[in-house]
Design a protein around this ligand. Sequence first.
Ligand code: NAD
Length: 451
Amino acid sequence: MSYTIINPATGESMETIEHATVDETDAAIERARVAQKEWAGFTPAERAQALRTFARTVEADVETLAALEVRNSGHPIGQARWEANHVTNVLDYYSAAPERLLGKQIPVAGGIDITFNEPLGVVGIITPWNFPMTIASWGFAPALAAGNAVVLKPAEWTPLTSLRLAELGEKAGLPAGLFQVIAGKGSVVGNRFITNETVRKVVFTGSTEVGKDIMRGAADQIKRVTLELGGKSANIVFADADVDKAAATAPYSVFENAGQDCCARSRILVQKSVLDQFMEGLETAVKGVVVGDPTKDATEVGPLVHANHKATVESYLDKANVVFRGSAPDGPGNWFAPTVALSRGLDDPCMTDEIFGPIVTVHAFEDEADAVEIANATEFGLSGSIWTRAIGRALRVSRAVESGNLSVNSHSSVRYNTPFGGFKQSGLGRELGPDAPLHFTEEKNVFIPTD
Ligand code: NAD
C-alpha cells in the first residue's frame, strides 16, 4: 500500500509514500524497545545533551522543514517557519527535563521514603494532518526527555515533515530506533500501537470519534492514553469590550490554517447591543484576509489540505446562513474563501459541528449568563476567547467556561511552556507545560528503613 502526496495549492501529485504493514510496525516497536534500554543507560546530563543536539539539528533545518510543510500541507511559508522553529523551542524546553525529574522525599516513620519517575518504555504517537510537526513535537520531546522511546505515525495526507524529523533525530546521533516515524494507515499502524503490548502509552491527536475508539481499545491492556480531540470554541464579545479590536482580530482566531485548527474560535458570541458594530468591523477584517499562494511571504491563509476535506467543508455552505465572504484564488488547489454565517439557533449544524474549515458562525446573546450557557452548550471544551474591559467579568467568565485554554482580550492558546488540553469530549490529559514529562513516567515509591 502507498499514498501519493498531492500539493494542496496546485493539485499536483508529488512523491509516493509507502505504507507500513502490521509486521513492519511490530519490527519498529521492537527496535524502539531495544533502543529505550540503551537510552535509559544514558546519564540524565547525557540525555539532556542529546536533546539539545537534536534541537540544534532541527534549527539548522528550519527552511527545509518549512518548505516541506508548504508543499505537503499548504501552510503559508511564514506560518510553516514558525512551526519548524516551534519544534526547536519544544526540544530546547524539554532538554532541561532529564536533569529535573526530581522525585520526592516524603517524611515517614522508621526510614526514608523516596519516589522515582520511571520511563514507561515505548510510547506510540498518532498525529493529525492539521499541524503535523508541532503536534508531533508535543509528544516526542517530553516522552524522550522522560527516558522513553517513540514510534510516531503521522496522518496519511501529511507525513513529510514528521519523516524528516526522524531523519534529523538520527543525524543528531540519537540511538538507532529511539525515535522512529512510520507512515501508514490509522487502521493498520495506528491500531497496532493499541494492540501491541510493548507500547505502554498512546498519545493521540485527532477527531473525537477516533479518540473514543482509541480509548476503548486501550482499556484492554490498561494502556495509558493522552487524547487531544476536537473543538468548537467560542469567542465571546461583551458590549463593554474594545469591540473594534475584537472584530479586527476575530478572523485570525478562526481562519488561520484555513480553519483547520482544533482551537479555532468557530462560534462568535456577540452581545446584542453591539452586534451591528461588530459585524461591520468583522466584514472589513474578513475581506482583508490574504488567502493565496502559500509560498509567498504575504500570504496569511493557504488552501484546505485535501480535495476530500474541501468537499466536506463545502457541504456546510448549503446549511449556513452566509452573510459575507472574503476572497480566495480560483483554479487548481483546494481554495475556500473565509465565510461568515449568522446562527439559525443553537442546533444549527454550523453552531454544533466542528467544520474544520474557514466558516465561522456569529450568534447574538443577551447577558453574561446567556453567554456562558451558550459557550458551554457543546460536547467540546478546548479553547476560547473572552473580550471585556471588566476584569471581574473576565475572571468570572474564564472560570465558568468549560474549556481547557482560554484567552482574555486576545486569541493565544498554545505556548510550549503552559499546559494544553481539553475539557469534556475535547480530550483527556494535558500536553506541554512543565509537567508534560511526568505524563510519560510511572511514579515509583520506595521505602528504606533506617534501623
Ligand atoms: P483523524 O481522527 O481522522 O486522524 C488522526 C490520526 O489518527 C491520523 O494519523 C489517522 O491515520 C489516525 N487514525 C485514524 N483511524 C485510526 C484508528 N482506528 N486507530 C488508530 N489511529 C487511527 O483526525 P484528522 O482528520 O487527521 O484531524 C482532525 C481532527 O484532529 C479534528 O477533530 C481536530 O480538532 C483534531 N485535533 C485536535 C487537536 C488538539 O490538540 N486537541 C489538535 C489538532 C487536531
